[in-house]
Design a protein around this ligand. Structure first.
Ligand code: BG6
Length: 515
């Protein structure tokens, strides 16, 4: 049946009170693994955006640390990154001044002498720029180096300075199963106090993700129906059209469940499912997220299915299968798609299934959450009227589009204009971020970098949360590792994933929302 759109516009933005600007104290940001893609594509463009909107302290410096001897090339490369990935104008006068704050230090992460040299260099730069003792260490290296760097920082007195604050940001993956995550937490917390540790999940920096909490707790009308009495099921999809993009060796050891479900998708789930926190302070928010995860009973292995893409057409272009990708085993058993059904056994959610799916090389790029409501108690319009055929009425759905086409829609049934009979057509009330607020260039890292400098941990993962989500998925990962499915590859690139994911829903007389 045809769908009608009803657009919604935000009020005049000039009437929205400006938020209090929070500018961090003078800080030196030290990025380990700075020659990798993340620094150039995400971190530097994000920092420059912060500079453009005057949210960086005047006394500020960035020090890239990596093994290669690079010198001035590093700053030049970062400049290119800001222009290419941050949409900055090449001749923006602020860009030159910003790039002058970028430094580089070459060292091996396992070389103790390197840390002594780095410490002295940081002191020198800080003195020159009038920064004082605040340091933010950002670990953007391969995960194998995390503990080495942290322990060396500790051993060289760099984790607890005499003046100022030291924070450490740790990129994902934070462990690869429960035991490794516990071990990593133990070693990190042996050097840094938990209040110094910022485990980053870039999904929490996305506006649309933070807006889940505003939608639920900043409005009066949704929360009363946000429970098992009204909601039939919740679906969370993180679909990508991209493949592994040259990251074969990393992805071979990761797979979709580790790479996206255990972290990004579970973060989305926690925002949808958590109870209202007593305040929007880190401790309260993180406590409520943890309680939601802790209420999830062990996921039976039959409620987790996996897939791997074979060749196919994505956006009209023929692409290779996963096993043909660069540096991927031709017999690989790594899943590029995972779907899971779980429940949250608490007062609010008992009996409501949550279906999660994530995959690469799917038909469309779309990350979204859909809240599917129960049918009305009485099907007044589902009867034959004037002898006409019975009608299937679609349930109400609230869809939060995390990306792209960021927005929220509410689907409901409306009467099709007619003098003859009552016929119902599903329509969408649609809130679209870009038409309401204009296009945002934020990549998620802006907010998170700023918060890490300010010492605000609200949007960062806590050690208990990380261990709880790993505890849920480790048994599935172990069972999957024990046997490569004979049917791999089991979905075509450019499709919606393997049949087993569809069957999982059919068995419960449900279907994945069509995206
Ligand atoms: C990363 C994963 O954490 O998230 C990638 O390692 C994935 O494999 C990416 O592509 C998705 O992020 P986004 O912001 O593009 O949805």
């Amino acid at each position: 049946m045809a769908t009608t759109q009803v657009k919604i516009h935000a009020e005049d933005l000039s009437k929205v009170p400006a938020a209090l600007e929070r500018i961090p104290e003078p800080t030196i940001l030290v990025i380990f693994g700075a020659s990798g893609d993340l620094t150039k594509r995400k971190l530097l463009p994000a920092l420059f955006h912060l500079e453009q909107v005057n949210l960086l302290p005047k006394e500020f410096a960035i020090v890239g640390v990596a093994r290669r001897t690079l010198g001035d090339e590093f700053a030049a490369d970062m400049r290119e990154g800001v222009v290419e990935f941050g949409d900055a104008a090449k001749d923006d006068p602020r860009l030159d001044a910003f790039i002058r704050k970028v430094h580089y230090f070459a060292m091996n992460f396992d070389d103790p002498a390197g840390y002594i040299g780095l410490d002295a260099e940081l002191d020198r730069i800080a003195k020159e720029a009038g920064i004082g003792g605040n340091r933010l260490f950002y670990l953007a290296t391969a995960p194998d180096y995390f503990t080495e760097i942290v322990e060396n920082l500790g051993a060289h007195g760099m984790a607890t300075p005499e003046s100022g604050t030291v924070h450490v940001v740790i990129e994902k993956p934070f462990g690869h199963d429960l035991d490794s995550a516990k071990e990593l937490n133990r070693r990190v917390n042996a050097v840094f106090e938990e209040k110094q540790v910022f485990r980053i999940d870039h999904y929490l920096g996305k506006e649309t993700v933070q807006n889940i909490l505003v939608f639920r707790f900043g409005n009066g009308i949704f929360e009363p129906i946000w429970n098992r009495n009204y909601i039939d099921n919740v679906q969370i999809t993180a679909a990508e059209t991209l493949g592994v993009e040259g990251r074969g060796p990393f992805y071979e050891k990761a797979g979709a469940l580790r790479d996206v479900v255990q972290n990004h998708v579970m973060e989305l789930l926690s925002f949808v499912a958590m109870e209202p926190p007593v305040s929007f302070e880190a401790e309260s928010v993180r406590r409520e997220k943890l309680k939601a995860w802790q209420a999830i009973p062990a996921i039976p292995i039959k409620h987790a299915v996996r897939g791997q893409y074979g060749p196919g057409k994505v956006d009209g272009v023929m692409v290779k299968g996963y096993r043909e990708e660069d540096r991927v085993s031709p017999e690989s058993g790594t899943e590029t798609f995972a779907a899971v059904r779980l429940e949250i056994d608490n007062w609010r959610w008992a009996g409501v299934p949550f279906y999660l799916r994530a995959g690469k090389r799917l038909k469309k790029r779309a990350t979204e959450i859909s809240i599917q409501f129960k049918q009305p108690p009485l099907m007044l319009f589902n009867r034959s009227l004037h002898g006409g055929p019975c009608q299937e009425i679609e349930p109400n759905v609230i869809t939060m589009r995390i990306q792209p086409d960021e927005g929220i829609s509410l689907r409901f049934g409306a009467k099709v204009p007619s003098t003859q009979n009552i016929s119902i057509c599903p329509v969408n009330m649609d809130f679209d971020y870009s038409s309401a607020f204009g296009k945002s260039s934020a990549n998620g890292y802006e907010r998170l970098l700023l918060d890490a400098m300010l010492g605000d941990q609200t949007l960062f993962a806590h050690r208990d949360g990380v261990e709880t989500t790993w505890a849920l998925y480790t048994p599935i990962l172990e069972a999957w590792a024990a046997k490569t499915p004979d049917v791999f590859p089991n979905y075509f690139a450019g499709s919606w994933g393997p049949d087993c994911a569809e069957h999982m829903m059919e068995q419960e007389n449900r279907a994945w929302r069509k995206l």
